[in-house]
Design a protein around this ligand. Structure first.
Ligand code: R5P
Length: 287
C-alpha cells in the first residue's frame, strides 16, 4: 500500500508514516493564481491500495476539494483501492436539520466522497457517531479516548469527576469515567446564537471535586468557558479540559488561558502551531 498526505496536516501524516516505517508517497499539490487546486501523483499508484491522510480543517472547503481531487486522480490512475484517513471530519456538527430549510451538510460531504470513488473511510471521534451511516462503505470510527485515558492516569488528579459539557458528549464522558473509575456529571447547554454557548443545568456532584471535561471539539472555546464558570460557581476545583479536535477559531486560545483551567489536553488531529505556545496546553499524538 501507499500513503500520501494532503496539505492540511503533513505533520501528522509524516508521523503515521514513521509509525509504519515507510515514506510518504510523492504527490504535487499546487494552487493556481485563480485559487483552483492542482493535484498530480509523481509516482505510479497503479494497483496500489492508496491511503490519503487529510484533516478537513481550516480552510475547510479547500481541504475538502483537495481531498476529492486526490481521490479522483488516484482512481483515474488505476489505484486498486482508495482509503481516506480523515482525522477531523468537517461539517460533522451539521448532521441533522435543527430547523426547516437547512441542509444536512455532513451528508453532502459523505456523498461527495462517494461520488469520487472512496472505498473506505478512517476517521476519529465524530461529533455524532451516526454519521457513519451516511456512507455505504466501511467507516472505521476511531477514538482518542485511549490516549487521553493513558495520559490522565499518569497525573495525580485529586477527587476527579468527569464532566460532559452537553448532552451530546454523555456517552464519551461515561466511557472515560468508567476507564478512570470516577463519577461523572452532565451539563446541559443552549446556543442562543451561532458560536455562543450557555450552560443551563448540571446533573451530578461537582463541589470539592476536580472536573475532567471531555469534548469532541473546541472551536471558539465558548462552551468550555461557560462550563468552567458554572463549575467554579458550584465549588469545583480547577479543571482538566480534554478534546480530540482543536479547531480553535477566533479568540479560542485567549479563552483557554483561563484561571479555572489546570491543563488543556488536545490531539494533533488538526495542526496546532499556535496552541503549542500556550503553557497549559498539552498535545498528544493520535498517529
Ligand atoms: C458541539 O456541541 C460540540 O460538541 C462542541 O461542544 C462545540 O463544537 C464546541 O464549540 P465552541 O468551542 O465554539 O463552544
Amino acid at each position: 500500500f501507499m500513503l500520501f498526505s494532503g496539505t492540511s496536516n503533513r505533520g501528522l501524516a509524516t508521523k503515521i508514516a514513521g509509525e509504519l516505517g515507510m515514506n510518504l508517497g510523492k504527490v504535487r499539490i499546487d494552487r493556481f493564481k485563480s485559487g483552483e487546486i492542482y493535484v498530480h501523483y509523481e509516482e505510479s499508484v497503479r494497483n496500489a491500495d492508496v491511503y490519503l491522510v487529510q484533516s478537513l480543517s481550516q480552510p475547510v472547503n479547500d481541504h475538502l476539494m483537495e481531498t476529492l481531487f486526490m481521490v479522483d486522480a488516484a482512481r483515474r490512475a488505476s489505484a486498486r483501492s482508495v482509503t481516506v484517513v480523515l482525522p477531523y471530519f468537517c461539517y460533522a456538527r451539521q448532521e441533522k436539520k435543527d430547523a426547516p430549510r437547512e441542509p444536512i451538510s455532513a451528508k453532502v460531504v459523505a456523498d461527495l466522497l462517494h461520488t469520487v470513488g472512496v472505498d473506505r473511510v478512517i476517521t476519529l471521534d465524530l461529533h455524532a457517531p451516526a454519521i457513519q451511516g451516511f456512507f455505504h462503505i466501511p467507516v472505521d470510527h476511531l477514538t482518542a479516548l485511549d490516549q487521553i485515558t493513558e495520559y490522565l492516569t499518569q497525573q495525580a488528579i485529586h477527587n476527579p469527576v468527569v464532566v460532559s459539557p452537553d448532552a451530546g458528549r454523555v456517552k464519551m464522558a461515561e466511557k472515560l469515567a468508567s476507564y478512570l473509575d470516577t463519577p461523572f456529571a452532565i451539563m446541559m447547554k443552549r446556543r442562543p446564537v451561532h458560536n455562543e454557548a450557555s450552560v443551563t443545568h448540571i446533573i451530578g456532584e461537582v463541589a470539592g471535586r476536580t472536573p475532567i471535561i471531555i469534548e469532541d471539539i473546541i472551536d471558539t472555546g465558548g462552551t468550555i468557558v461557560s462550563v468552567i464558570e458554572r463549575l467554579q460557581e458550584k465549588g469545583a476545583h480547577k479543571a482538566w479540559v480534554c478534546a480530540t479536535h482543536a479547531v480553535l477559531s477566533g479568540e479560542a486560545l485567549k479563552k483557554l488561558n483561563h484561571p479555572g483551567i489546570r491543563e488543556v489536553l488536545i490531539t494533533d488531529s488538526i495542526p496546532l502551531s499556535l496552541a503549542t505556545s500556550l503553557e497549559n496546553v498539552r498535545v498528544i499524538s493520535i498517529a
